[in-house]
Design a protein around this ligand. Structure first.
Ligand code: HEM
Ligand SMILES: *[C@@H]1O[C@H](CO)[C@@H](O)[C@H](O)[C@H]1NC(C)=O
Ligand SMILES: *[C@@H]1O[C@H](CO)[C@@H](O)[C@H](O)[C@H]1NC(C)=O
Length: 493
């Protein structure tokens, strides 16, 4: 009996050891993993840096094994074009990761981590239709952002009056979250509001912890089935706590909306969603899905946008000649007293090109959100079975010498033609692509333009006394962040 047990256990272990080391047939090359853990030691908080090193050895498409999951990293424009533009459908899934299950439930509700299918398509469609409906008066969404501008400017003024040097992070946090609050809840908050400050606090705590997800403790938990039900690393608990608190907040808003909504006059995303729930016999919409979806907006839409704004400030502080050109464009098109609207970008090509260049150079989401194959597919001559996790390496396109004159330099003319017209470029994909392209892309573009322009319309931004240039190296967190910095803000009046 005992002999059989031991033999059985041994076979099981052997089986695990083999599955963690073998790869499917005709699979992209990559490091040979260790038994049980695969290439776990190659992954870590600086995964994006390690990808660059591995690409130099194995080429533009290579695989890394983690436990029994196959990750395929893709680099370079050709592979991106295929996965994101030419044949996106088979790549439109999301991998099932522990962290997703912890925060979005076993069914992976919401938008960001859900599988592609009728439910997800319906949610994305609703998002776009609400986006088109909202906007006060003439239905332009940017009205929602424009109403945010006065308090945004006042907050910067207050800070710069109180102190010689300032950190604009908290102002960006408030402004950006308020836009999403208005879109989903139908109201904005004053920056000093206690409820709002708490919402921001929970959201920021989430991002502080989330970088641990690629760390050792987390990886160990995700290796051992069911362990997470008994024990979670500290960061895991914190992440779960933040999400629960945010979800409870969203839940109370939903309750309030149920009591006060008027079927004929939906006010905001939640009203539209509730209407969809009551009129649809199908099960594509549910209240728990709504809570996760709004949570997705907060988590996908805040840190990304504020981080981009922080890089934008850093780059114009470090490039005073570029800042001067933007000031000149603003003075000509807007003057001092008119609030900008999104249409104004058509007359401000240099400013728009600068914002795109910020997104290229800062490359804040180095592996975006992972994709996963939902059927067997051929890529770069290799066979990828269903369920292969795709890791897009955005650095490889945003810094490709084939596509950019001088990729390491900050240069808005990357997005300008010889005649001064602004336009996007094929190797520029800051919002990802394919069927999972960033849902909030249009909101984000409008926010970046309007907050950036308003800030430079009112202020001149300079390094603190005694500092020539702000540090341009990033620190990694949920996104690639500039190191925390202070600047001097001078009124232009
Ligand atoms: C500068 C700001 C932003 C950047 C750089 C950014 C970037 C991204 C990227 C790279 C993805 C993954 C795309 C892919 O899988 O290929 C994504 C997905 C997503 N983003 Fe954004 N984003 C930004 C702002 C926003 C905002 C304001 C919202 C507001 C609602 C938002 C909501 C989402 C959602 C819901 C998804 C998941 C879409 C899906 O899985 O189908 N994002 N974003
Ligand atoms: C700016 O300061 C004034 C005067 O102290 C105050 O009333 C106002 O609420 C402040 N505004 C912001 C956005 O902090
Ligand atoms: C001024 O700076 C101090 C110290 O850095 C900080 O505690 C305070 O909150 C700042 N005041 C404002 C209005 O930003």
């Amino acid at each position: 009996m005992l002999v059989w047990l031991i033999l059985g256990a041994f076979c099981l272990l052997l089986y695990f050891a083999i599955t963690t080391m073998t790869k499917p047939k005709n699979f992209p090359p990559g490091p040979v993993g260790l038994p049980f853990i695969g290439s776990f030691h190659l992954i870590g908080p600086n995964f994006n840096k390690k990808i660059e090193k591995m690409a130099a050895i194995y080429g533009n498409i290579f695989s890394v094994k983690l436990k029994n999951m196959n990750f395929v990293c893709i680099c370079g424009y050709d592979l991106f074009a295929e996965v994101m533009n030419e044949n996106p459908k088979p790549y439109s899934g999301r991998p099932k990761l522990l962290m997703y299950e912890l925060t979005r439930g076993p069914n992976l509700e919401g938008v960001v981590v859900g599988q592609h299918g009728p439910r997800l398509v319906a949610q994305r469609k609703l998002f776009h239709s609400v986006f088109r409906h909202l906007g006060i008066g003439n239905k332009n969404f940017d009205k929602i952002i424009v109403q945010e501008l006065p308090e945004f400017v006042e907050s910067i003024e207050n800070m710069s009056e109180a102190n010689q040097t300032v950190d604009l992070t908290s102002t960006f946090d408030c402004a950006v979250l308020n836009v999403l609050a208005y879109y989903t809840f139908g109201n904005r908050y004053s920056y000093g509001d206690e409820k709002f400050k708490w919402l921001i606090h929970c959201n920021n705590e989430f991002f502080k912890e989330v970088e641990q997800v690629f760390g050792v403790a987390f990886t160990i938990v995700s290796f051992i089935p069911y362990l997470h039900k008994i024990w979670l690393p500290k960061a895991g608990k914190a992440i779960q706590y933040c999400c629960r608190e945010l979800e409870a907040f969203i839940g109370s808003e939903i309750e309030y909306h149920k009591k006060t909504r008027d079927q004929n006059h939906p006010r905001d995303f939640i009203d539209f969603y509730l209407e969809e729930m009551s009129s649809q016999s199908s099960k594509l919409f549910s209240e728990s899905d709504l809570r996760k979806t709004v949570l997705d907006f907060f988590q996908a839409g805040t840190e990304t946008t504020t981080t981009t704004l922080k890089w934008a400030v850093l780059y114009v502080v470090n490039n005073p000649d570029i800042q001067e050109k933007i000031h000149a464009e603003i003075d000509e098109v807007l003057g001092f007293d008119k609030w900008p609207c999104y249409e104004d970008r058509l007359k401000m090509p240099f400013t728009e090109a600068t914002i795109m260049e910020v997104q290229r150079k800062a490359n804040i989401a180095p592996i975006g959100v992972l994709h996963s194959t939902n059927k067997a597919v051929k890529l770069g001559g290799y066979n990828l079975p269903k369920g292969t996790c795709i890791v897009p390496c955005y650095h490889s396109i945003h810094y490709s010498p084939k596509h950019w004159k001088n990729p390491n330099q900050f240069d808005p003319t990357n997005f300008l033609d010889a005649d001064g017209k602004v336009g996007t470029r094929p190797a520029f994909m800051p919002f990802g692509g394919g069927l999972r392209i960033c849902l909030g892309m249009n909101i984000a573009k409008q926010e970046l333009f309007l907050f950036f322009v308003t800030m430079l319309q009112h202020f001149k931004l300079q390094p603190p006394p005694g500092v020539l240039k702000l540090d341009e190296k990033y620190v990694s967190g949920g996104t690639l962040q500039p190191k925390s910095y202070q600047i001097v803000v001078k009124s232009r009046r």
